[in-house]
Design a protein around this ligand. Structure first.
Ligand code: HMG
Ligand code: MG
Length: 323
């Protein structure tokens, strides 16, 4: 397998954390139901490929996302106290109860920057979502469980159009202030472009939220580091350019999905996440350390594509495995 030549960019962080979302963001969007054994093997292969944190599933309402209705069964078969954390999505106290019963160590709440998406994704108003999350975060922290926060529709919303920066910053700060260790800014429908990313990060920095440096999260170094991660979907092919812009601003945590699986069943035109392999290829070329074995990862995505019956949309997976 070929690897990119390294041209180290001194403006880049030396190391980043790749937060793998394929088993959750990827599989929540599949038309068919994937079997439990396949999901387990996917998570285990991602772990073996060196992904430092692997989001495993969601404790959402099983009628809303039937693809992940087996969340408790999957979590029961994971090593929850090994080196790799397996966060799960939790929208409300009912989801938290289920997640705590399953013994998870990391949860993620997921808010919306817009009114319409809060209604469509959470059956809540924009304002009511914060009241829904507050006891989730408080009780999770009391139980010694780490809490990450997502914020969706940060770069545009299919129903409301452009989303103002100050709206995103206000919503994001409310989630961080509840006690989340990190805020992942979601370009749910992939409409963001590079300068928009820079402006977004500058707006958070101006509001006092550290956007660069080592993450304060479980896989980071602690201290005064970054509270921001980026979560790009690649709908318009902008995810890598946007990642590059965020790297130049010092961001050190990036969400990505093996093979480029993904989307959101409640967001029109949401397609795959930034493919983890595409991210790894670019980081390798930039000389940014990440700890992931690209060969093992690409083999995992090829295997998963066989399970799903269609090729991976990742350019790097296709290039590396072309006959
Ligand atoms: P609701 O219907 O309003 O719930 O759904 P409710 O509170 O009115 O409760 C109704 C019934 O559901 C009750 O049961 C509850 O106990 C039960 P009953 O008393 O009638 O028998 N219930 C639950 N059961 C199991 N697990 C639960 C749960 N909650 C209530 N957690 C709810 C509200 C939030 C639950 C629903 O809207 C939901 O599950 N939404 C999740 C949608 C979702 O998963 N979307 C995809 C993930 S977000 C994403 O992909 C974006 C992201 O990747 C970032 C980005 O790209 O931007 C993160
Ligand atoms: Mg997503």
């Amino acid at each position: 397998m070929s690897l990119p030549a390294v041209h180290r960019d001194p403006a880049m962080p030396e190391r980043v954390t790749i937060y793998e979302v394929g088993a959750r963001d990827g599989l929540q969007n599949e038309k068919g139901i994937i079997g439990l054994d396949t999901k387990l093997e996917f998570v285990q292969r991602l772990t073996a490929a060196g992904l430092p944190i692997v989001e495993a599933t969601s404790f959402v309402h099983p009628k809303w996302v039937p693809q992940l209705a087996d969340a408790a069964d999957l979590v029961a078969r994971l090593d929850l106290h090994g080196a790799t954390p397996y966060p799960v999505l939790v929208p409300n106290e009912r989801g938290l109860d289920r997640a705590l019963d399953a013994g998870v160590t990391h949860v993620a709440i997921f808010g919306s920057a817009t009114e319409t998406f809060a209604q469509k994704n959470l059956n809540s108003t924009y304002e009511a979502q914060f009241a829904m999350f507050e006891p989730v975060v408080r009780r999770a922290l009391d139980a010694g469980v780490q809490v990450r926060a997502y914020l969706s529709m940060c770069f545009g919303d299919p129903w409301e159009g452009e989303v103002a920066l100050d709206r995103v910053v206000t919503a994001g700060k409310r989630l961080l202030d509840m006690g989340a260790y990190e805020l992942s800014l979601g370009d749910t429908i992939g409409v963001g472009t590079a300068h928009h990313v820079e402006a977004m990060l500058d707006a958070f920095a101006a509001a006092g939220v550290p956007t660069g440096g080592v993450s304060t999260g479980s896989t980071g170094g602690g201290g005064e580091g970054s509270r921001i991660a980026m979560h790009f979907h690649d709908t318009y092919g902008q995810a890598l350019a946007n990642t590059y812009a965020a790297l130049r601003r010092g961001v050190t945590t990036f969400d990505a999905s093996a093979g480029g699986l993904g989307g959101c069943p409640y967001a029109k035109s949401a397609t795959g996440n930034l493919a983890t392999e595409d991210l790894v290829w670019m980081l390798d070329g930039l000389g940014v350390t990440h700890g992931v074995d690209l060969t093992a990862l690409a083999q995992t995505s090829v295997w998963m594509a066989e399970q799903l019956g269609r090729p991976s949309p990742s350019a790097v997976v296709r290039a590396l495995t072309a006959g």
